[in-house]
Design a protein around this ligand. Structure first.
Ligand code: SF4
Length: 213
């Protein structure tokens, strides 16, 4: 266990050095419900595209009530370019109604309440818990999923299993940070295809590249 903790500490220290320890959210938002809807829209879509769409969307629909009474077909057109627009629009309207009816217009904090909302899984719930409420949580997105395996933190494929494996190995003060750092690492170096291993500072820890540590 001590060896695993030492290895983890070394990896996290390199990530801290590369990307700093500031908690950044890549999805632009001014409120909890805006972040919730932006996160729903981000499924199978880039944060960049979501930010373009939400810039106009949150002007057109400035409140939860506006989303709750939105016309489904019109909202589908508004979010069309993020993909899977039918389900996303349907879930956003249903979510807005549930938050108003069951939670007095406040996005809930508890993971069970969050995941009971339409279209909200553990990933989205953890984005809200970490970014809005500051609750330590691990967001397993496509970058965290791929790179956690490469770095030997998990052998699993299911995001919930990966989340639990990461909870066992990462210190709590890095739960939120790990996702932020790994997103940047995944975008800049550890690409899904043709990762830039020749300039990777974590190569000696990489299970895919025969790392010895
Ligand atoms: Fe990713 Fe390559 Fe670094 Fe391994 S060595 S973590 S595959 S960039």
């Amino acid at each position: 266990m001590a060896a695993i903790a030492k290895r983890t500490k070394e990896i996290l220290s390199i990530l801290d050095d590369m990307y700093g320890t500031e908690r950044i959210c890549y999805l632009e938002h001014d409120s909890a419900w805006q972040l919730l809807f932006a996160t729903i829209l981000s499924a199978q879509c880039t944060d960049e595209r979501v930010n373009i769409v939400t810039k106009d969307l949150f002007v057109k629909y400035p409140s939860l009530e506006a989303f709750a009474s939105a016309d489904l077909k019109e909202l589908e057109q508004d979010v069309h370019s993020t993909g899977f627009y039918h389900n996303k629009a349907k879930n956003i309207i249903a979510c807005a109604r549930r938050i108003i009816d069951d939670y007095g217009g406040e996005v809930p904090r508890d993971i069970e309440d969050l995941t009971s909302l339409p279209g909200v899984g553990r990933k989205t719930a953890n984005v809200i818990r970490g970014n809005i409420y500051g609750d330590e949580s691990i967001v397993v997105d496509t970058h965290v999923k791929r790179i956690s395996k490469r770095l030997g933190f998990t052998k699993k494929d299911d995001p919930v299993d990966i989340e639990y494996d990461l909870m066992k190995v990462l210190p709590r003060d890095h739960w939120i940070l790990f996702n932020i750092q790994i997103i940047t690492f995944g975008r800049q170096i550890c690409f899904a295809r043709n990762p830039a291993c020749e300039r990777c500072r974590l190569r000696e820890y990489c299970k895919e590249q025969g790392g010895k540590k």
